[in-house]
Design a protein around this ligand. Structure first.
Ligand code: CMP
Length: 225
C-alpha cells in the first residue's frame, strides 16, 4: 500500500514522517475485491477506515430495496468515523467497487491517538464540515437542478478526484456501472442514460466500460450550473 496516499487523509494532518509511520503500523490492513462489503448500514461501528488503494461506495437502501449512493470515496479518503464520534449504528453500507485496500483504526486507538493532538482533531472537524457542505449542496441540487445538470456535476466531481489527463481530454475511471452512477445522481437509470447519451451525442464525452472520457469540460461545467 502506498503510504504517501494514506497520509493525505485528515487523520495524518501535521504528523511528521515518524509519527505517521507509527500510526500506520498500528492500523490493520484489509484487502477487498469489487462487491465485498466492509460493513452494513445499521451495524454497530467500532473503527474508521482510510483508503489506500481502490474505491468504496457508501450506500443506503430504502424499505422497497432501492439504493442511493451518498458518496464514492477513493485513495486518501476516510470513512466510518460518524459512528465513532457519535456512537450509534452505521449510517450507510460500505462496499468496494474495485480492488481496494483499506487501513482500519479502532475507537480506542483513535481516542488514545487524539489525546494531546488538538491539531488532528481540528483537521477531522474540518473534514466533517466539508462533507456537510457537500451534502447540503447535493440536497439543494436534488431540489433545484434537473437530472442532466446533476449528471454533469457528478461527472465533474468524479473527474476532479479520479480523472487523469489524456490527449483527448480527461479520462475518468470511476469503476461504476450505469446503475451505480444513477444511484449516485439520485435518478432512474433510464433518465441518467438519456442524459449521458445526449452529452455523448453533442461530443462532450465518450462512454466507456466503467469509465468516461470527458472531452468538453467547459460545456459540462456550464450544464452543471
Ligand atoms: P458511519 O456512519 O460510521 O458509516 C458509514 C459512513 O459513511 C459514515 O460513518 C461516514 O464516514 C460516511 N458517510 C455518511 N454520509 C456521508 C456523506 N453524505 N458523504 C460522504 N460520506 C458519508
Amino acid at each position: 500500500m502506498d503510504h504517501e496516499t494514506v497520509r493525505r487523509a485528515p487523520l495524518f494532518a501535521g504528523l511528521d514522517e515518524e509519527a505517521a509511520e507509527s500510526l500506520i503500523k498500528q492500523m490493520s490492513a484489509k484487502h477487498m475485491e469489487r462487491g465485498d462489503v466492509l460493513f452494513h448500514e445499521g451495524d454497530q461501528g467500532d473503527r474508521l477506515y482510510v483508503i489506500g488503494e481502490g474505491k468504496v461506495k457508501l450506500g443506503r437502501s430504502s424499505v422497497d430495496g432501492r439504493e442511493n449512493l451518498l458518496a464514492i470515496l477513493g485513495p486518501g479518503e476516510m470513512f466510518g468515523e460518524l459512528s465513532l464520534f457519535d456512537p450509534g449504528p452505521r449510517t450507510a453500507t460500505a462496499t468496494a467497487v474495485a480492488e481496494t485496500q483499506v487501513l482500519a483504526l479502532s475507537t480506542e486507538q483513535l481516542r488514545e491517538y487524539l489525546q494531546g493532538r488538538p491539531q488532528v482533531a481540528l483537521t477531522l472537524l474540518a473534514a466533517l464540515a466539508r462533507r456537510l457542505r457537500r451534502t447540503n449542496e447535493s440536497l439543494a441540487d436534488l431540489v433545484f437542478t434537473d437530472v442532466p445538470g446533476r449528471v454533469a456535476k457528478a461527472l465533474l466531481d468524479l473527474a476532479r478526484r479520479f480523472g487523469r489527463p489524456v490527449d483527448e481530454g480527461i479520462m475518468v475511471s470511476h469503476d461504476l456501472t450505469q446503475e451505480e452512477l444513477a444511484q449516485l445522481v439520485g435518478a432512474s437509470r433510464e433518465t441518467v442514460n438519456k442524459a449521458l447519451a445526449d452529452f455523448a451525442g453533442r461530443g462532450w464525452l465518450k462512454l466507456e466500460a466503467r469509465a468516461v472520457l470527458l472531452m468538453d469540460v467547459e460545456r459540462l461545467k456550464r450544464r452543471a450550473r
